[in-house]
Write a protein that binds this ligand. Structure first.
Ligand code: DMJ
Length: 643
């Protein structure tokens, strides 16, 4: 084919004049800019976007917060994973494996009431480690403001943390029950130590360790989760072993892909509470180092963190199973307590700023019927699906609202307002009464109720109980009644099974009343939520039935979950011959056994006026700002000194 030259038009530049070329180039560059800009509005899961945009490179447009720690990290294209429910134990992440730290198997044969218990005294209860009351922030980069020390926190407690006599109950039956729980803890710990030391969890049937994929390359989840439980139970030899492991073996320079939520509630929470209970500086050092590593997860256009973070590179991404690259309410909504304490201890406000920014966004966006859906886009800041639940995916967000208020010495009015309006919406839309008269909290799918309650949702009895005092005028008894009714329903889910342990989820439709109707919902993985509510309801009402229900759970755990080398979850709570799942979850040591121990202790062991439990049952002290300031002078150079 021959191209004929047109008169007055040059062959070069496709025959365009200079002015035409300019307009064309202008148009072309506008088009390219437009296409590139449009990438930002695509859901995170779209491959094209992952190819062109590194998630952590998105400019952070936070709601009224500076994003000073923004880090530029390389694009990671294959970070959408599958198969997680509620950030829970069955997370399927690809982990970069490092050889794990091992420890010679050692067993310490001691029975209940043996030496460690006898030697333990209040004098030993608080370690001398943190005697330096002058806290400087020099070790922490980017710090502003000042830090509060362990001693100052201790001075601001209304009561001794461990009570008059470590919470020893006066009646012999309760004491015996408490000793039994302590023995269970020792048994669980000894077996973990013997067969899985340094790994994350014990596999009690195969007698080996489980590393899993929730904590990136971090190890020793059971150790960090157990520190405070061992300490409050007076298992001091075991506590010392745990502390030594943290000191010598807890390696935070891992490069694995971790759940921000799980690392926060177990490691950050565990280390914080160990520090506040004991004053041992090592816990503070480790937790501040770890806290810094979590910050890049917040480098998103909205400041809402993504669910998964590589602790080495700081790259973060959303769970592959979460629709349209969304973040999960119960994950980004369960950071507040720990992050506020990280700021108090380090003097670095950045941690508090990050979580306050999440709250600002949640306050700003519209909530369907006043409810908080479980999925939110960290890019657009909009809800992605209208699924609402007080169980998995939503649960601890609500818990952290009321606990933020309580932990702030009842000064955080915003958290209070958010909690009570959320409760009002939940009561209006989700709380139901079954034909058999059981109160339950249903789930909500775009306006349609799913008449199901998860085991996880059973924490809400305790939560509503501790929030009863501060609600709208005249509502106290109403909230206490609601808390008692939900706790009763959750107890029913236990008592209606053959094992007297509750299923993962139970239903109230098709004739079911607090029973699992699906095979896949019948398992019990040593979860604490029902027992957690017994503990709070006992403290609030002293109704003896809660201790009785707790004891029923102890007997059931002993009968069905105790195996030769530890405790194991079971696959079907309705089967009289149980099949074990071969996993001793770290939250069994951190939560289930701790709540049982507290249930059979006097109220002055970790009094609720002074301590707020994070969602993994790690106690954190109430922050009494005025008192703390009286005991220390804040200085602009980041130093705090005693007056
Ligand atoms: C724990 O890790 C925490 O309680 C969390 O809030 C929910 N899941 C487990 C226990 O079931």
């Amino acid at each position: 084919m021959v191209f004929r030259k047109l008169p007055g038009v040059s062959a070069s530049g496709m025959g365009l004049r200079l002015s035409q070329k300019f307009v064309f180039l202008l148009f072309l560059s506008g088009l390219v800019t437009l296409c590139f800009g449009a990438l930002f509005f695509l859901p995170d899961s779209v491959r094209l976007k992952r190819i062109f945009l590194s998630k952590s490179e998105n400019p952070a447009v936070t709601v009224g917060s500076d994003n000073e720690l923004s880090k530029k990290v390389p694009v990671d294209q294959e970070h959408q994973r599958a198969g997680v429910k509620g950030g829970e134990a069955n997370v399927k992440l690809k982990v970069s494996r490092k050889p794990s730290v091992t420890h010679g198997a050692r067993t310490v044969e001691r029975s209940v009431g043996s030496r460690a218990q006898d030697e333990w005294s209040p004098a030993r209860a608080h370690e001398p480690a943190a005697r330096d009351e002058r806290v400087t922030s020099a070790a922490h980069n980017g710090q502003r403001g000042s830090a509060f020390s362990y001693e100052m926190f201790k001075k601001c407690l209304l009561k001794p943390a461990l009570g008059k006599d470590q919470g020893k109950p006066s009646d012999s039956e309760t004491l015996q029950r408490r000793e039994k729980v302590k023995e269970m803890m020792k048994f669980a710990w000894d077996n973990y130590k013997q067969y899985a030391w340094g790994k994350n969890e014990l596999r009690p049937l195969t007698r080996n360790g489980h590393i899993g994929n929730m904590f990136g390359g971090l190890r020793g989840a059971s150790i960090v989760d157990s520190l405070d439980t061992l300490y409050i139970m007076g298992l001091m030899e075991e506590y010392e072993e745990a502390k030594e492991w943290v000191q010598n073996n807890l390696d935070l320079n891992s490069n694995g892909e971790a759940s921000l939520f799980e690392v926060n509630i177990r490691y950050v929470g565990g280390l914080l509470s160990a520090f506040y209970l004991t004053g041992a500086e090592i816990f503070k050092q480790k937790v501040l180092e770890l806290g810094e590593k979590l910050l890049p997860a917040f480098n998103t256009p909205t400041g809402i963190p993504r669910g998964v973070i590589n602790l080495g590179s700081g790259t973060s991404w959303s769970w592959g199973w979460a629709s349209a690259g969304s973040s999960i309410l119960a994950e980004f909504g369960t950071l507040h307590l720990e992050f506020v304490h990280l700021s108090e201890l380090s003097g670095n406000p950045v941690f508090t700023e990050k979580v306050m920014n999440i709250r600002k966004l949640l306050n700003k966006i519209e909530k369907p019927h006043g409810l908080y859906p479980n999925f939110l886009s960290p890019v657009s800041g909009n809800w992605v699906q209208h699924h609402v639940s007080i169980g998995g995916l939503g649960d601890s967000f609500y818990e952290y609202l009321i606990k933020s208020y309580l932990m702030s010495d009842k000064t955080d009015e915003e958290a209070k307002k958010m909690y009570y309006s959320a409760m009002e919406a939940i009561e209006t839309n989700l709380v139901q009464k079954s034909p058999g008269g059981l109160t339950y909290v249903a789930e909500w799918r775009g306006g349609i109720l799913d008449h199901k309650m998860g085991h996880l949702a059973c924490f809400s009895g305790g939560m509503i109980g501790i929030g009863a005092d501060d609600g709208p005028a005249g509502q106290k008894q109403h909230y206490l009644d609601l808390a008692a009714e939900i706790t009763h329903t959750c107890h029913e889910s236990y008592s209606r099974s053959a094992t007297k342990l509750g299923p993962e989820a139970f239903r109230f439709d098709g004739g079911a009343e607090a029973t699992a109707t699906r095979l896949s919902d019948r398992y019990y993985i040593l979860r604490p939520e029902v027992i957690e509510s017994y503990m709070y309801m006992w403290r609030l009402t002293h109704d003896p039935k809660y201790r009785e229900w707790g004891w029923e759970a102890v007997e059931a755990l002993e009968k069905h979950c105790r195996v030769d080398a530890g405790f194991s979850g079971i696959r079907d709570v309705y089967a009289s011959t149980v099949s074990h799942d071969n996993m001793q979850q770290s939250f069994f040591l951190s939560e289930t056994l701790k709540y049982l121990y507290l249930l059979f202790s006097d109220d002055d062991l970790l009094p609720l006026e002074d301590w707020v439990f994070n969602t993994e049952a790690h106690p954190l002290p109430v922050i009494r700002k005025r008192c703390l300031q009286e005991h220390g002078t804040r200085q602009d150079d980041g130093q705090t000194s005693l007056e």
